[in-house]
Design a binder for this molecule. Structure first.
Ligand code: G4P
Length: 535
């Protein structure tokens, strides 16, 4: 088939694809919402299956033993489902507090983000951090305020918090009526209709909303008078203060459409999904070495955003997760690997669904495929057919935890170094070395404590090396963008140590933000950045 024949199919497939990741703080309800979205998408038939699958998986895999012990999900997965003739890709991110850089990297492969907030808690630390990454990437953000069936904070107060703290304009697409025991439903501002809430026990099946027009005479009685008047007041206020929902502002990540609901009881999930499909960004153009490339560019291109080792210890395999950016991917395709110039045949591509892998024959822009990775791929690598192109790499984000990793057993020297270098290649953790050549132990630099545990666990399981970890008292890392030369010029620095990153670039570590700011004030000539320059 020539590339010209491909075009109509490619256009149709791009048009119907939507890809997103959920950003939230643990316990806000991400697993629950994911499940309900899959339920509406017909990908599962009964809520609870995702958790059940997880339990099943745990029982069969010893790599997952660690997840089981901790009761958490370490690995990100990609869930694909169809809804209203759209192909939706949900890039799942680890939900645990000890989240890792994978979460950040997954956002590099996402076109949209759904910010999930617990109505009682409002913005929480992990959501704020992840928001910063979305902002950097200018991702459209859709907000779902969850758990309205429980007492929570005033909706207006929540909108205000998002506006003030995140600098995002809000537009409430629907508006809650009551809350907790008196939660009556939501008002859909676009359709001018009330969706009445009915308690569905655990919401294991799709709920069918009862919908009433705003002009319906029964409404006062259905809502209870005070809630009805409260709704009218709120709506008047909203009309008065807020701008209209503006598609361009949403696409530029400046305005967030806000939805209220209760994922547990399925309420508001369908309203959200419909509106999301209408407003979400389709797979778009990306910057590359040959300029901006549209997803309908007829050659296949994609980039690796995550590597996962040992998902199934029986096979000792590694999977490279590739975001398809342009063209059509086909099984057994031969592609070029931009970094090494090698030609690779992609013979066992996988589609990933909650880690149950099935083989795929084709994929389109916005999709994610899993490729077996016999040590070829690194994070940020581009693969392509046709003219050589390379996408911008994926930046490293400032780690917040640091520890020296030691191998107390000299006879394991070789295994230790092999393990550390392979784990580093995969990007499971950032590995730095002291600028002082006499200190040779690697320094692990992570976003979450869990990354340390994964490294130690794997070194022991896969390389047979027991290691010791000495935590270091730093919490802030800054790359010196103008390099060693700039550092040499300023001479001796106080309250910081200098280390080298994976690529030998200088990084300064500080005990706290204050020390970092102080140094920056004393030495404005040093260009300090929290996000590593892309290699
Ligand atoms: P996470 O993945 O973001 O960490 O959250 P998860 O979905 O696991 O939900 C955390 C807890 O919040 C769960 O309760 C879940 O049932 C509850 N939850 C989620 N959505 C809603 C909602 O809309 N309303 C209410 N009231 N609760 C909600 P749990 O007791 O920790 O677990 P479980 O025993 O219910 O599974």
């Amino acid at each position: 088939m020539t590339s010209i024949d491909l075009q109509p199919e490619l256009h149709t497939e791009v048009e119907r694809r939507r890809n997103f990741a959920i950003i939230s703080h643990p316990d806000a309800g991400k697993t629950t919402l994911t499940e309900k979205l899959l339920l509406y998408g017909g990908a599962i038939h009964e809520a609870g299956s995702v958790k059940a699958r997880r339990a099943q998986r745990k029982a069969t895999s010893d790599w997952m033993a660690m997840e089981q012990q901790r009761g958490i999900s370490i690995t990100s997965t990609v869930l694909q489902f169809e809804y209203e003739n759209c192909q939706i890709n949900l890039l799942d991110t680890p939900g645990h507090q000890d989240f890792s850089e994978d979460t950040y990297r997954t956002l590099a492969a996402a076109d949209n983000a759904v910010m999930l907030i617990d109505a009682a808690k409002g913005l929480e630390p992990q959501t704020r951090k992840l928001f910063e990454v979305c902002k950097m990437r200018q991702l459209p953000i859709f907000t779902f305020v969850n758990k309205l069936d429980r007492p929570g904070r005033e909706p207006l107060e929540l909108l205000d918090e998002i506006e003030q703290e995140l600098g995002l304009q809000t537009y409430a697409v629907n508006w809650p009526i009551g809350m907790g025991d008196r939660f009556k439903g939501v008002f859909d501002r676009h359709q001018q209709q009330i969706h009445l809430y009915s308690r569905v026990l655990h919401g294991s099946r799709e709920a069918v909303d009862t919908v009433v027009d705003m002009g319906d005479p029964k409404i006062e009685e259905l809502l209870e008078q005070d809630l009805y008047y409260q709704l009218k007041d709120d709506l008047e206020l909203l009309e008065g203060i807020g701008p209209e929902l503006d598609r361009d502002s949403v696409h530029q990540g400046k305005m967030t459409p806000v939805f209220f609901g209760s994922a547990m009881t399925n309420f508001g999930v369908e309203l959200f999904l419909n509106s999301f499909l209408e407003y979400a960004l389709k797979p778009g153009s990306r910057n590359s070495t040959i300029g901006e490339i549209a997803p309908t560019y007829p050659e296949f291109t994609g980039f690796v955003f995550k590597l996962q080792a040992n998902m199934d210890p029986k096979h000792r395999d590694r999977v490279a997760f590739v975001r398809v950016c342009t063209g059509k991917f086909e099984k057994d395709m031969t592609v070029n690997h931009a970094r090494t110039g090698k030609t690779i045949r992609l013979s066992r591509p996988q589609k990933l669904f909650a880690q149950d892998r099935e083989s795929i024959d084709r994929a389109f822009p916005g999709d994610v495929i899993g490729l077996n990775n016999p040590g070829v791929f690194a994070i940020g690598d581009t693969i392509y057919t046709g003219q050589k192109i390379e996408y911008e790499g994926i930046p490293c984000f400032s780690p917040e935890l640091f520890a020296t990793l030691r191998n107390p057993n000299p006879s394991k020297f070789k295994q230790f170094h092999k393990g550390v270098s392979e784990i580093r290649e995969e990007g499971a953790v950032q590995i730095m070395y002291s600028a002082d050549e006499s200190k040779r132990d690697p320094i692990l630099a992570a976003v979450g404590q869990l990354q340390f545990e994964v490294v130690q666990f794997r070194l022991q399981q896969e390389y047979g090396v027991e290691t010791l970890l000495d935590l270091l008292p730093y919490t802030v890392a800054r790359w010196v963008a103008n390099g060693w030369e700039a550092l040499d010029k300023v001479g001796r620095l106080f309250n910081t140590v200098t280390v080298k990153d994976n690529w030998g670039r200088p990084v300064l570590l500080f005990r706290n933000e204050w020390n970092c700011q102080q140094l920056q004030e004393d030495h404005p000539e040093l260009e300090l950045t929290a996000i590593a320059p892309v290699v």
